[in-house]
Design a binder for this molecule. Structure first.
Ligand code: GDP
Ligand code: ZN
Length: 295
């Protein structure tokens, strides 16, 4: 291998055998070292790679650094944050869907942020869902993409990270990206939305750079309506607000359904755990039981 300085960067985009790698200052068009085909090494958007500059100004990717995680849809590595976008209203947020997404995000090893968009349509201080999820321990943001409110706080949370958006269509994901990235000009509106279309085509995912630093995938993730494959006992640990009481349950392996002296149910009764979150937990538990019966 030739000597010379190697450059570290992040893969932003991959098309037709070329990889576009950002080194903190500029983007390199790269190809892959031939050996990768033999070793089966794959390179994903989001990967941290080492490239060897070539005389013509392009690069050769010679090494892929270990991945913290990788998503299947969109195929992105090293995703640190999932920004779960729900509308405060129009449409009203489905908190059952929110909990489904939170579960997928937790299983993927990604940190969730909950972004209640369209805050211009409600009185944030009186918006009950935010209180429920804040008390459950999640980070909450209120934004109005329309009126450019809360955008800077969200941008600050994304600074230096790789993030993926999630949430139902119509919540304002494209509008938020437009607000976060001046000049992006994604089409807005549920049907024509570029983000939505991305789900149904083979369009490649791309990381979009935020002005203050950080990257957001242009294709949303965590959109599956089916639960990840879990055992019943694995569910409660993914509800941090419930789980912190479970060590005080009388029985080890308590599933917090009917068992006597269940600290989680007591916490629901005393109002320390949200009844709504507990109901969703029970619903998911039942879905897991139904899945298990199928095998
Ligand atoms: P997506 O499907 O999640 O990408 O949502 P879009 O960004 O396409 O937005 C869906 C609709 O909600 C569009 O008609 C937007 O104009 C509207 N919208 C987006 N953000 C806001 C907001 O902050 N306030 C209000 N009132 N409407 C918004
Ligand atoms: Zn219990």
């Amino acid at each position: 291998m030739g000597g010379g300085i190697l450059v570290q960067g992040t893969v932003l985009k991959a098309t037709a055998g070329f990889y576009y790698v950002h080194d903190g200052r500029k983007v390199w068009e790269c190809s892959l070292r031939g050996k990768f085909r033999l070793t089966g090494t794959t390179v994903l958007v989001g990967d941290r790679v080492m490239l060897q500059p070539r005389p013509e100004g392009t690069g050769l990717i010679v090494d892929v650094l270990p991945r913290a995680n990788s998503l299947l849809r969109p195929p992105v590595a090293n995703v640190e944050l999932a920004v779960i976008v729900l509308a405060c209203a129009h449409p009203d947020p489905s908190l059952l869907l929110l909990d489904r997404i939170l579960l997928q995000v937790a299983v993927a090893g990604v940190q969730p942020l909950i972004c209640f968009n369209k805050s211009d349509l409600v009185e944030p201080a009186e918006f009950a869902p935010a209180r429920i999820y804040r008390e459950a321990g999640y980070r909450i943001f209120f934004t109005s993409a329309l009126q450019r409110q809360g955008i800077d706080a969200l941008a600050e949370a994304l600074c230096g990270r790789i993030a993926v958006l999630a949430g139902p269509s119509g919540a304002g994901k494209s509008s938020l990206l437009n607000a976060l990235i001046p000049g992006l000009q994604l089409k807005v509106g549920a049907v024509s939305s570029k983000l939505q279309r991305g789900r149904h085509t083979t369009r490649h995912v791309e990381l979009l750079g935020l002005p203050a630093g950080g990257w957001v995938a242009d294709t949303p993730g965590f959109s599956s309506l089916t639960l990840p494959e879990l055992k019943k006992s694995e569910l409660a640990p993914l509800f941090p607000d419930l789980h912190r009481f479970s060590q005080h349950c009388r029985f080890r392996g308590c599933l917090h359904v009917q068992e006597p002296e269940c600290a989680v149910r007591q916490a629901v009764q005393s109002g320390e755990v949200s009844e709504l979150r507990y109901r969703h937990y029970l619903q998911f538990l039942q879905e897991i039981a139904e899945q298990e019966r199928k095998y």
